[in-house]
Design a protein around this ligand. Structure first.
Ligand SMILES: [Fe+2]
Length: 349
């Protein structure tokens, strides 16, 4: 009985989400999943899409990596879709793919998007998708930031721990992530809430010092001792500090891939419903609370294929930092962890 109540709750919420995604009668909605995983979300997605009059089908694949969606956030781009053109073609013919498998940073995702199919990733547990349910209001603030970022030539951020790093911008597009997608070919992630772009090739210089309390993904840990990254020409050339720095060095080295040391996307969080403390609860999450946290700066390393680059290394670190100050050209965007421009500020803050 409890299971059926939970499924009903899920279907109700998924239906609201699919309404935000513009799903309507006659649209083709594909649910992409791996055997034995995410069965509740698969059922909720299919029932919700059918309730809106969509044609629904499920592409269910045998797992190849053995990794859960959570584990795939740090080991990206290799999916069970690779080498399965029949499944890829079926997904390209859908209007919307609900990705429960984690296609992010894969060639297959880009191919499906290029066919005009929009993709919605859902990888967080039910508690998180309820608590951070998206809105048009968040979309408006995200797009206000994206408009600035698209025109920006230089991004610089600092923090009291000693960060001072500069990104040259203009070569790559901006990724918005506000939690739903109603635009052909566009990807999003429920529940998200941040902006990202990528520096020009070789265009990052300076020092990033993660402070105590900042977050390490995929470790899902708070930094205990500052970690200092030296960045030259878009590459991390040195990582100094205590135990945390040693673990980051070992983790990156384990991929045996020099491209792991590239600086990846950069941006800031805008989701006022995200909780910095959430990781400390120990409850299941892939960590979007930290990544989308309102007023954070999200520094990251590794691949850049998602924004049109050629680095497809599997080693990806997302490194949300709190209390930073960020300028885009001459405009102050984040001051000591507070979002400054009025059209990006969350209501009531
Ligand atoms: Fe990332």
């Amino acid at each position: 009985m409890a299971t059926s109540i939970k499924l009903n709750d899920m279907v109700t919420l998924f239906r609201k989400e699919l309404e935000l995604c513009g799903v309507k009668e006659g649209e083709k909605v594909a649910v992409l999943s791996e055997m034995g995983q995410t069965e509740d979300y698969t059922a909720a997605s299919m029932l919700a899409a059918r309730a809106l009059g969509a044609q629904v089908f499920n592409v269910n694949l045998l797992p190849t990596t053995g990794l859960s969606a959570e584990e795939k956030t740090g080991n990206v781009g290799r999916t069970a879709l690779a080498g399965n053109p029949t499944a890829i073609e079926a997904l390209k013919r859908a209007d919307l793919v609900i990705d429960l498998m984690f296609l992010l940073f894969s060639k297959e995702q880009l191919e499906i998007q290029a066919a005009g199919t929009r993709i919605l990733l859902i990888a967080e547990p039910f508690e998180a998708v309820v608590r951070r349910f998206p809105s048009e209001e968040l979309r408006g603030r995200d797009e206000a930031g994206a408009a600035r970022l698209a025109k920006g030539k230089q991004l610089r951020f600092t923090n009291p721990a000693g960060t001072d790093v500069t990104y040259k911008l203009g070569q790559y597009p901006v990724l918005t992530e506000y939690g739903f997608t109603d635009t052909p070919g566009r990807w999003d992630h429920w529940p998200g809430g941040f902006l990202a772009t990528q520096s020009n090739d070789t265009g990052v210089h300076g020092r990033v010092v993660m402070d105590r309390g900042d977050i390490l993904f995929p470790f899902k840990q708070y930094v205990q001792e500052p970690i200092e990254f030296t960045v030259r020409d878009g590459q991390i050339v040195d990582i100094k500090g205590g135990l945390d720095a040693a673990l980051v060095r070992e983790h990156m080295a384990s991929f045996r891939d020099p491209r792991a040391y590239a600086v990846s996307h950069i941006g800031w969080g805008l989701n006022h419903l995200a909780r910095w403390d959430y990781l400390a609860t120990g409850l299941p999450t892939i960590g979007m609370d930290g990544r989308a946290f309102y007023g954070n700066v999200l520094f990251s390393t590794g691949p850049n294929t998602e924004l049109g680059g050629t680095n497809d290394t599997a080693c990806h670190l997302d490194l949300p930092m709190k209390g930073c100050t960020l300028h885009l050209d001459d405009e102050l965007i984040v001051k000591d962890g507070e979002v400054v421009p009025q059209d990006m500020r969350a209501p009531g803050l």
